[in-house]
Ligand binder design. Structure first.
Ligand code: AMP
Ligand code: MG
Length: 331
């Protein structure tokens, strides 16, 4: 089965074509800014501008025509509405024009299924750490459940916020990782509340220390050690609670080698296995939406088939991962 997946939840529009387990194409275009964060309406404008060309490139790479595709899937949420709308409209247009079924995919579900697709993890505790989202997730019963999460900002955004405060530019994560190698530990707050974590106070604390003259390298090191340790603690408890023996790191912050090392150490200590999604696929892309799309189609979940169903398909900007049914996972 060949699926064309369209991702457009935030800064990136991606089109991926997948033939069951084989990736036929992976085209992406990212909206970037010189300074400051993402402006939703401008990101959407970017996606609108490039979508047709991106589709042509994806089809060319796959050596296919839309007619050869069996299924169109799109990121239905969660995400920024203006960006989501562009992907949805494009997917609906293609489904109606070429008379193909349409799958509405939860973007987080795309990340989770993609993590399993690219690693040997079968039923892991997911450590999902991206810019906006930081959640510890595992499959229990008949759905993905959130065992702990960042209460205000995700860890990626927290690192970027710190970076802005000390003049590192965006994205700050990779720069913080490099600077941390030359730093030493200084004490900063460690905030775990039950199974949830809170980063914003820590970031403010670190920026204030910077203003008082504390070396940026020491702050980078301490921020990393503390932020990662908080998540590792919650992950370890999620492993103990669920009885699972695999942890899978996904999201942009998974690029951080120190984080991967800390997760490895914790997992080794308790006889569990640690995995990380390959760097290339840790960011938003169309392939992840195609992977989940095929699973959904085969199990009949959230598929729009008739012209009327496709016409009524809409975005779901606040769709949480625990609101997804997962009939493709049988235990
Ligand atoms: P995502 O939202 O999944 O695309 O991830 C983007 C986030 O990952 C940004 O906040 C980056 O600062 C962060 N990030 C990227 N590379 C690294 C790294 N090496 N260490 C820490 N954070 C990183
Ligand atoms: Mg994402």
């Amino acid at each position: 089965m060949i699926c064309l997946g369209i991702e457009s939840t935030a800064h990136t529009i991606g089109i991926g074509i997948l033939d069951n387990k084989k990736i036929l194409s992976d085209q992406r275009s990212m909206y970037t800014t010189e300074k400051g964060g993402i402006i939703p309406s401008e990101a959407a404008l970017h996606h609108k501008k490039v979508k047709k060309e991106l589709l042509s490139k994806a089809l060319e790479e796959a050596k296919l025509n839309v007619k050869d595709v069996d299924l169109i899937s799109f990121s239905q949420g969660p995400g920024l509405s203006p960006s989501l709308l562009i992907g949805k409209e494009f997917a609906k247009y293609l489904a109606l024009k070429y008379n193909k079924p349409l799958a509405g995919v939860n973007h987080l579900c795309g990340h989770l299924e993609e993590g399993k697709f690219f690693t040997k993890a079968k039923d892991p505790v997911f450590v999902f750490v991206s810019g906006a989202n930081t959640q510890i997730i595992a499959h229990e019963g008949n759905k993905y459940r959130v065992f702990g999460e960042a209460l205000s900002v995700g860890l990626g955004n927290a690192l970027d916020k710190f970076g802005r405060g000390v003049g590192l530019g965006f994205p700050a994560g990779p720069k913080i990782e490099q600077l941390a190698k030359k730093g030493k530990y200084i004490e900063i707050p460690y905030v775990v509340k039950g199974m949830d974590v809170e980063f914003s106070g820590i970031v403010t604390h670190c920026i204030n220390l910077y203003k008082k003259g504390v070396a940026v390298e020491d702050l980078c090191y301490s921020l990393q050690e503390t932020g990662f340790a908080m998540l590792i603690e919650v992950t370890e408890r999620a492993l103990a609670h669920t009885g699972k023996n695999e942890a899978l790191l996904i999201g942009g912050v998974a690029a951080n080698q120190r984080f991967v090392e800390m997760l490895n150490t914790m997992c080794n200590d308790r006889g569990a296995k640690a995995y990380a999604c390959p760097l290339k696929y840790s960011g938003d892309n169309g392939v992840q939406i195609a992977i989940a799309g095929i699973m959904q189609y085969k199990s009949g979940y959230n598929i729009f088939k008739t012209k009327q169903q496709i016409g009524n398909a809409d975005i779901n900007p606040n769709w949480r991962i625990d609101g997804v049914e997962t009939p493709w996972i049988r235990k």
